[in-house]
Design a protein around this ligand. Structure first.
Ligand code: 5GP
Length: 209
């Protein structure tokens, strides 16, 4: 007999992970993907210059402002935001295709980007990652060594604004330990998969067996 979970035809979960620059979104997302290889990180489009080591099509699709605006005009971008002078946007097609196929996708996205995505896709799940303290956030940004002092100051000022928006999210996770935060996110995903709206029809199918 088939497994009961095979009776569910569920749409994929779109998991939006936001939080201030330096909070550890990238490392945490990589860790979650290592445990859940069926999940995929959506590669965004940006007008920001590549950092050392970043690769086209893996880290981002790096585009000029003109190219980005052209893609926006063609409705290729689901949501976008301007963050410290650069555009960032989520590609529409890969997200829609994955959701239809029941595959879960994780977005590394600005706070406003998540709030806009929640309006467009109300079933999306939002997580706000908090640093254990502002002092620790400053330390992490400094040790990353990829940004100038001026950019770090800008990112810290932006962080204070962003943290005030945390209450608009579904879940808050304080990222003081990467392994623990990863377990928390996996737990959230597991719980979200079991929401009634994502399991619709399973009880009817079971009654017919
Ligand atoms: P970074 O320059 O550090 O790679 O990213 C800056 C900010 O842009 C981060 O908060 C990151 O989460 C966000 N970001 C990356 N891709 C997207 C996207 O497609 N849409 C939005 N709204 N934000 C994004």
């Amino acid at each position: 007999m088939e497994d009961a979970k095979d009776l569910i035809v569920r749409t994929g979960i779109l998991l939006c992970v936001s939080g201030p620059s330096g909070v550890g979104k990238g490392s945490l997302i990589s860790k979650v993907l290592a445990v859940r290889p069926d999940m995929c990180h959506s590669v965004s489009v940006t007008t920001r210059a590549p950092r050392p080591g970043e690769k086209e099509g893996l880290s981002y699709y790096f585009r000029t402002r003109e190219e980005f605006l052209e893609m926006l005009g063609q409705k290729e971008i689901l949501e976008h935001d301007e963050y410290l002078g650069n555009y960032y946007g989520t590609l529409r097609r890969p997200i829609e295709e994955r959701m239809e196929k029941g595959l879960d996708t994780i977005l590394d996205i600005t706070v406003d980007g998540t709030l806009n995505t929640m309006k467009l896709i109300p079933d999306a799940v939002s997580i706000f990652l908090l640093p254990p303290s502002i002092q620790e956030l400053r330390r992490r940004l400094n040790t990353r060594g990829t940004e100038s002092d001026e950019v770090i100051q800008e990112r810290l000022a932006k962080a204070l604004e962003e943290i005030r928006m945390a209450k608009s999210f579904d879940y808050l996770v304080v990222n003081d330990d990467l392994d623990r935060s990863c377990q928390t996110i996996l737990g959230i995903l597991e719980a979200e998969q079991h929401r009634w709206k994502r399991m619709q029809g399973i009880e009817i199918a079971i009654l017919k067996r």
